[in-house]
Design a protein around this ligand. Structure first.
Ligand code: HEC
Ligand code: HEC
Ligand code: HEC
Ligand code: HEC
Ligand code: HEC
Ligand code: HEC
Length: 356
């Protein structure tokens, strides 16, 4: 009997292991976190920190359980809708009891981190700020302009001295220098060097909107980068997690034609000929080079260090040359020069590490 009691005590203890707060934290992560934060600012929807202090409990529960009805009929909800660019929060499918439990979690999390999932974020400094950006092939602006002006001045001088042929040669040189300064280097580089390449995409998707303004984490979409060699471009299902609800851009009255293309492709997913979105590949190493994202990302090298400030790009462009010299230069960095956020310094220099 005593054994039985002990046993049942043990079991009930085991069943308690994930506390209800932790379960609600998991529910929040799964259903709400892609649009809301608790104390880290507005995202697609408002920051939910201190929600109970600004709204009645009944209103909150009502809003969470009957979102569509509130957005159509409730004055406060309509104000929110206007403030958040007409982006409608989707129906949550939660019961009142679940919503009440989530609210207790929100109250607890508003006061401080709850459980391991809510480990305090490193303060939201801009990760790109401490990253050295790759030099982009802008051409030799200043030297180019200087050389152009010198040639021009010389040409004028030589002309006045009565040497028209030399003046003509100098004029051609001046024009060449001008072309160079305007970024001619972009077109004159080693074969296969695609630095600056920025093709148009089938859907006018913007990183400046998603990774910049909405601050969606790179790994939310490019989850492969932390786990495998390839970063991967997200499938439409990742986009539709939000775009099921979001059909307009900020301030627009009409649904966005670009989002409509996404939805149209998605709507064919169950048909006999599902339409794939054919994103144009931008970064592409030759097949004889081996590169792994995981090895670099796990080493805390920021995406921006190799890809530039993607969160500011309306259209992705290749910011680095991806040449062998570029890889090797970074692999050669010693501890003293390496940015402090590296866990380890340098990378392999032997040919077989990259060619196999
Ligand atoms: C697709 C994005 C999205 C998801 C997912 C989402 N919300 Fe929202 N939420 C919004 C937006 C946007 C608003 C502002 C009202 C509007 O425009 O619809 C909002 C508003 C709210 C508000 C009112 C906040 C205030 O300041 O008064 C609450 C409460 C809320 N959401 C709770 C939740 C909860 C809980 C979940 C998860 C079960 C959730 N939301 C999931 C987008 C979302
Ligand atoms: C909402 C999803 C989403 C987020 C968040 C996101 N991306 Fe992307 N990314 C895409 C899609 C879709 C493409 C393909 C279309 C394009 O190139 O714009 C892409 C393309 C890219 C490419 C070019 C791929 C190629 O073909 O070479 C790079 C590099 C990239 N993303 C880096 C980043 C970085 C760095 C971040 C974080 C600052 C980020 N992405 C955040 C969806 C996302
Ligand atoms: C976490 C939510 C979320 C995800 C995931 C997401 N989007 Fe968006 N997207 C938005 C919101 C919100 C807007 C409106 C932003 C605005 O106008 O301020 C938007 C706007 C857009 C637009 C309108 C033009 C623009 O960029 O401003 C396009 C096109 C688009 N998204 C495509 C995509 C594609 C393709 C994916 C998947 C690779 C994706 N979105 C994933 C929330 C999301
Ligand atoms: C050490 C430099 C480096 C870092 C750090 C890095 N990348 Fe890349 N990325 C590359 C190179 C090189 C390629 C081309 C790979 C190829 O062609 O095999 C590439 C290709 C890509 C592509 C398109 C091809 C693919 O692999 O799917 C995407 C998307 C991408 N990177 C996103 C990211 C994101 C997101 C991060 C941060 C989480 C990141 N990268 C971090 C160097 C880097
Ligand atoms: C911004 C700096 C940086 C750039 C640029 C860079 N790497 Fe690396 N790479 C590193 C570091 C640091 C390591 C060491 C990682 C470790 O020890 O875990 C590394 C490791 C590697 C490894 C060994 C991976 C493993 O599994 O241990 C390979 C292969 C590699 N890099 C290939 C490349 C190639 C190819 C390029 C160019 C296309 C490149 N890297 C560009 C910093 C860089
Ligand atoms: C850190 C990675 C890395 C290491 C180490 C490395 N390479 Fe490379 N190698 C590359 C990349 C990336 C390219 C592709 C360059 C391009 O497309 O412009 C390349 C290209 C080449 C090419 C083709 C010619 C060219 O320049 O495009 C040869 C040959 C070559 N490597 C030989 C070697 C030899 C020999 C070694 C050892 C001494 C070596 N590589 C070590 C990354 C590496």
């Amino acid at each position: 009997m005593i054994k039985l009691l002990l046993l049942s005590a043990l079991f009930s203890h085991a069943a308690e292991a994930p506390t209800s707060l932790q379960k609600d934290a998991a529910l929040f992560q799964a259903k709400c976190a892609k649009c809301h934060t608790i104390g880290r600012g507005d995202r697609v929807g408002p920051d939910l920190k201190g929600l109970s202090e600004r709204r009645e409990k009944a209103w909150i529960i009502g809003f969470i359980t009957r979102t569509g009805f509130y957005l159509d009929n409730d004055a406060e909800a309509k104000k929110l809708l206007a403030k958040f660019n007409g982006v409608r929060m989707e129906d949550t499918g939660l019961s009142e009891a679940q919503a009440a439990a989530l609210l207790s979690y929100l109250d607890a999390a508003s006061k401080g981190p709850v459980g391991p999932e809510e480990a305090p974020e490193p303060e939201a400094e801009d990760p790109a700020a401490k990253v050295r950006m790759p030099a982009e092939g802008r051409g030799a602006w200043l030297p180019g302009i200087a050389a152009g002006l010198v040639c021009l001045a010389l040409a004028v001088g030589v002309w006045q001295l009565g040497f028209p042929l030399s003046a003509a040669v100098l004029l051609v040189l001046a024009a060449g220098a001008g072309y160079w300064s305007l970024g001619g280097r972009r077109h004159h580089r080693l074969l296969g060097d695609q630095q600056g390449y920025a093709p148009a995409q089938p859907i006018d998707y913007s990183h400046a909107t998603h990774a910049g303004k909405l601050k969606i984490d790179c790994l939310y979409c490019h989850y492969g980068a932390a786990r495998s060699d390839v970063a991967g471009v997200p499938p439409a299902s990742v986009c539709m997690g939000c775009h099921n609800a979001v059909r307009k851009t900020a301030g627009a009255t009409e649904p966005s034609a670009e989002i409509a293309k996404l939805v149209a492709a998605w709507d064919t997913r169950l048909s006999s000929a599902p339409a794939a979105i054919e994103w144009n590949r931008i970064h592409d190493l030759p097949d004889f080079v081996h590169f792994s994202h995981r090895a670099h990302v796990a080493n805390d090298i920021r995406c921006q260090e190799c890809h530039g400030p993607v969160q500011d790009m309306a259209r992705v462009r290749q910011a680095s040359s991806l040449s062998m010299g570029w890889c090797v230069n970074c692999h050669r960095q010693e501890k003293s020069v390496a940015p402090s956020h590296w866990k380890r310094t340098g990378g392999p220099l032997d040919c077989a590490a990259c060619h196999w």
